[in-house]
Design a protein around this ligand. Structure first.
Ligand code: DNO
Length: 358
């Protein structure tokens, strides 16, 4: 595995590359072109410039998170084939620039959903949190009126303002799209991009739906072992792979995370490793990475990755806000650095006990 950190680019991120580089073992970042809309083409020059920014700090790009898939592709509207062609050309340009891992998701309309950005914990740190009650209390009609992701005073992370401005239209295009139809659309997309992925050995890594169930009545298909294995089988090519995000699959307590990792052997190309603390099955907060601070057995998760030969980029995921840091919720420096160090420690211990046969 390669330990990495997500970096939101030189214009947006308060966390700087030189800071990331000082985290032990981190030489690679996961990033993207933040000014691109889903469906747009990335030119080779733009990718080159991004690479140069990272290389200037003596680091490299370990993968892209994300080349976003447009709702036209997800819902199969009239622009679908044009957007797929742009996606193929983007992959071609990434391949030419020697980038071989691309994360994406297939969640309709919204990316991940949390209902609190700064829930205070007993130690004074703040964390992202989710309650189903808060989601259910959101009136979709009001949401369409207030727009810009500010719903009943809640700004949702992962909800890009550009998309929020079209939220009503977006909901419209998903009318009549159920889970089977969405599945058909992802298979259509993956089949179309597999040739370029094979040509440049680009490993596609689908991010799970978060939370792992339908919100606001929209269909969700990447949420449990059965469904992700179905997708792996439908396009049975190693380049059709997975981002194993423990915090997203883990939102459903029915998902057995180490078991899923083992079932996906050879198809996990990227790992997001974080912990959640459950107050009830539909009320959880993003705890520190440490097993005893949350609900998951992080040792078993990392061990399953190690034992299935995972060798892609891995990153700590959402961190708590600690030590007075002011940064994008979930994406500050300090707690993610602690997470990286903790995961590195688990990995080293697991690796050495395997090598020494203990
Ligand atoms: C949240 C992230 C997601 C992820 C996308 C991938 O912190 O893990 O926003 O980047 O779903 O396309």
């Amino acid at each position: 595995m390669e330990m990495t950190l997500r970096w939101y680019g030189k214009e947006f991120d308060t966390v700087k590359l030189w800071q990331i580089r000082q985290i032990p073992g981190v030489k690679g970042v996961i990033t993207t072109l933040y000014n691109k809309q889903a469906g747009e083409l990335w030119t080779q020059d733009e990718i080159k410039a991004l690479k140069a920014d990272v290389a200037a700090e003596d680091m490299h790009i370990a993968g892209i998170e994300s080349v976003n898939v447009s709702d036209a592709i997800k819902a199969a509207t009239k622009d679908r084939d044009e957007h797929i062609q742009n996606y193929i050309d983007t992959l071609e340009n990434l391949g030419k620039e020697d980038i071989h891992m691309v994360c994406y998701n297939f969640m309709p309309v919204f990316d991940w959903t949390r209902t609190e950005l700064a829930r205070k914990r007993a130690d004074g740190s703040t964390v992202l949190a989710y309650t189903q009650e808060a989601v259910d209390a959101i009136n979709p009609e009001k949401m369409f009126e207030s727009l810009s992701g500010d719903m009943n005073g809640t700004v949702m992370p992962g909800w890009e303002p550009e998309r929020m401005a079209h939220v009503k239209e977006l909901f419209e295009i998903y009318k009549g799209i159920d889970e089977d139809k969405l599945f058909e659309n992802i298979v259509y997309f993956l089949k179309a991009i597999m040739p370029v992925c094979n040509k440049y050995d680009i490993k596609m890594a689908i991010h799970p739906d978060d939370p792992a169930w339908s919100v606001f009545g929209l269909p969700r298909i990447i949420n449990n072992e059965k469904n992700i294995l179905k997708l792996m089988k439908a396009v049975d090519d190693v380049h059709n792979g997975v981002t194993f995000c423990s915090g997203s699959y883990g939102t459903s307590l029915e998902n057995d995370l180490p078991h899923m990792i083992r079932a996906l052997e050879g198809r996990i190309h990227f790992a997001h490793v974080r912990n959640l603390k459950f107050i009830s099955p539909t009320n959880f907060e993003e705890s520190a990475h440490l097993s005893s601070d949350g609900t998951f057995d992080m040792y078993e998760i990392v061990k399953a990755l190690y034992e299935t030969g995972f060798d892609g980029p891995i990153r700590p995921d959402h961190g708590r806000m600690i030590w007075g840091e002011v940064a994008m919720p979930g994406y500050g420096l300090y707690d993610r650095a602690l997470g990286a160090t903790y995961i590195n420690g688990l990995w080293e211990a697991i690796e050495k006990s395997h090598q020494r046969g203990v």
